[in-house]
Design a protein around this ligand. Structure first.
Ligand code: ARG
Length: 581
């Protein structure tokens, strides 16, 4: 798109000024303040500083060698050496025409696709999914969708917690307290109940604790009865997880839980010791991070003195398996902020374990903050229990139904429910994607379902408004079609309202790329919100169906492109659209 073209020419101009310059840092972004221009680069400042050149002078020299006359007005140098570009309407028009002809939707698919593994959601067996897992599920799914849209090969893997010490207690509970009927009704709740029961008993009764330990040892050594119980618990949890994913419209390429790596753990430990990465310390096998100021105080145990491997060992085995199996360029782990130390340790161990591979595989921990209740404390139900995801989605749909009932009382109930589902689930997802992921956010029903505000329902509504223009067009006496506009040539963009809308559409690709490189869906949320705002401004000031030709067709084509970008943008956020609401 235009930004890429300008970037390319900037790089050439920079080379003509400084032949050995590293141009990879030269990027063009939307200008933060549209008063100064449409696009901007700040990269020349950094380059000049590193070379001890005067940044403003350097920017001026590059601009003097820059030929972008066909695309923009003469670039302006601002402040310490920013270069601002104002696009020429003619250049904007040519991009619109190609989009209207279906050649692109303002983004390019990557010329050098990467293989990216996204490890997300990863709930734990025998525990119902709660709102803490929701952020990983929603963020991870969104990142996978954006990367896929940009042409990368994405492999999603759900690293379910299906192995570990909780199973000792669960098996004691299963053998002594299981209520089969309750298990049939709601496996997650029943497993949670027996777990809590035994867990509390363990606190006061050392005999129960000892029996839980023994059941765990039996499970780990392959006792058929315990294995069968474990398998049933895992399978029943999976059914419940799958129901939740279906509801959220999320699918995984692989679900390789922790237990899958069990048979590999002994070899991983042996190999780490053999390569001198881990060593024995007080009966355990430990990786020490000598000389690393951050990790030195936190050695990582990979085999406890009782011979048990742990979460870290499993993650190392998982990493090795993924690299051997899929040869990825990048692996992204989406979990809450509390696992930062864990992943720092895993990545550091990996660099010592496979130094050559580590150079070409990018590992990234994409972490996020908590969801808080209105009181600013971790989000809980009124009775103080953790909020279950299923209950949360039920409530979202119920609340959305009230809105739909008010706005569309004449639609048949099944349709109103279908729309309420799309609005309710969309609202919950958007509330999760909109804040900077690293900050906590307060869960507020009224705010996230508001029809005016930076919310999913607002964007979904903006989409339906555009679609209704096309319905009206079809209802007109001339009986035109309501289907998307055919390719349009000769955009006029007479008013600033049209030009501002068009220029914003052009930034879609830049925003998608920023989401993919910084793992921040909030950029896309804000882009779509701004798009809906610019559309409103255009629609309030520029008649569409009543305008004379060729302006009418030009404006219809702008409406259509806006609707397509809104829909595509929401889709990669994992949010559905509806034709009316
Ligand atoms: N099951 C873990 C939890 O709920 C998350 C797993 C994340 N992925 C990983 N490869 N460690 O905390």
């Amino acid at each position: 798109m235009l930004a890429r073209l300008i970037e390319q020419r900037l790089r050439e101009a920079a080379v003509s000024v400084l032949p050995d310059v590293d141009t990879s840092t030269i990027m063009v972004r939307p200008c933060p303040n549209p008063a100064f221009g449409d696009l901007q680069t700040s990269a020349l400042i950094g380059i000049a500083k590193a070379r001890k050149l005067n940044p403003r002078q350097f920017a001026q020299n590059v601009a003097a060698n820059l030929n972008v006359e066909d695309l923009c007005a003469p670039p302006e140098i601002a402040g310490p050496g920013f270069v601002n570009f104002r696009l020429k309407p003619s250049a904007v028009v040519s991009v619109l025409e190609r989009a209207s002809a279906g050649e692109h939707l303002f983004f390019d698919r990557s010329q050098s696709p990467r293989t990216v593994i996204v490890d997300f959601s990863s709930p734990n067996v025998a525990k119902p999914m709660h709102v803490g897992h929701i952020r990983s599920t929603i963020l991870g799914d969104c990142l996978a969708r954006v990367l896929r849209l940009l042409g990368h090969k994405v492999i999603t893997d759900n690293h379910i917690g299906d192995w570990g010490t909780q199973f000792g207690k669960l098996i004691v509970g299963w053998k002594n307290h299981l209520d089969r009927a309750a298990l049939e009704r709601d496996p997650g709740a029943e497993l949670e109940r027996i777990y809590k029961l035994v867990n509390t008993a363990c606190e006061s009764n050392p005999d129960v604790l000892e029996s839980a330990r023994q059941e765990l040892v039996k499970l780990q050594s392959g006792d058929p009865e315990n294995l069968a119980i474990w398998r049933e618990m895992t399978a029943r949890s999976q059914v419940q997880f799958d129901a939740m994913y279906a509801r959220l419209g999320i699918r995984f390429d692989h679900t390789l839980g922790e237990s899958f790596y069990n048979p590999m753990l002994a070899e991983v430990v042996r190999n780490l010791v053999q390569r001198g990465v881990a060593r024995e310390s007080e009966g355990a096998m430990v990786v020490f991070f000598d000389g690393d100021p951050e990790l030195e105080p936190h050695p990582a145990i990979i085999l406890k003195s009782d011979g048990a491997a742990n979460y870290a060992t499993t993650d190392l085995a998982t990493l090795a398996y993924r690299i051997q199996t899929w040869n990825p360029d990048e692996i992204i782990y989406v979990t809450d902020a509390r696992q930062q130390l864990h992943f720092k340790q895993i990545f550091a161990i990996f660099r010592r374990w496979y130094p050559d591979v580590a150079k070409r595989v990018k590992l990234e921990h994409v972490w996020f903050g908590s969801i808080l209740g209105p009181d600013g404390k971790p989000f809980k139900t009124r009775s103080g229990d953790t909020v279950k995801l299923a209950d949360l989605l039920d409530e979202a749909e119920e609340r959305a139904l009230k809105i739909v009932d008010e706005k569309q009382p004449d639609l048949p109930e099944s349709e109103r429910r279908q729309i309420a589902r799309i609005i309710g689930i969309g609202a919950v997802k958007y509330a999760d994607l909109l804040p900077n992921r690293q900050s906590d956010y307060v869960f507020d029903w009224d705010k996230l379902l508001a029809l005016n505000g930076n919310t999913a329902p607002y964007l979904q509504y903006a989409y339906t408004r555009i679609r209704s223009i096309f319905r009206k067009k079809a209802d007109a006496p001339t009986q035109e079609s309501s289907s998307p506009q055919a390719a349009f040539e000769g955009f006029t963009l007479e008013s600033d309202h049209e030009l501002n809308l068009a220029k914003h559409l052009l930034n879609f690709g830049l925003v998608l790329e920023a989401v993919a490189t910084e793992y921040r869906p909030n950029y896309l949320c804000n882009f779509l919100f701004e798009l809906a705002g610019r559309f409103t401004d255009f629609y309030e000031n520029c008649p569409v169906l009543k305008a004379p030709e060729p302006v009418r067709s030009c404006r219809l084509a702008l409406c259509d492109l806006t609707a397509r970008v809104l829909r595509q943008g929401l889709e990669v956020l994992g949010i559905e659209t509806t034709e009316r609401m």
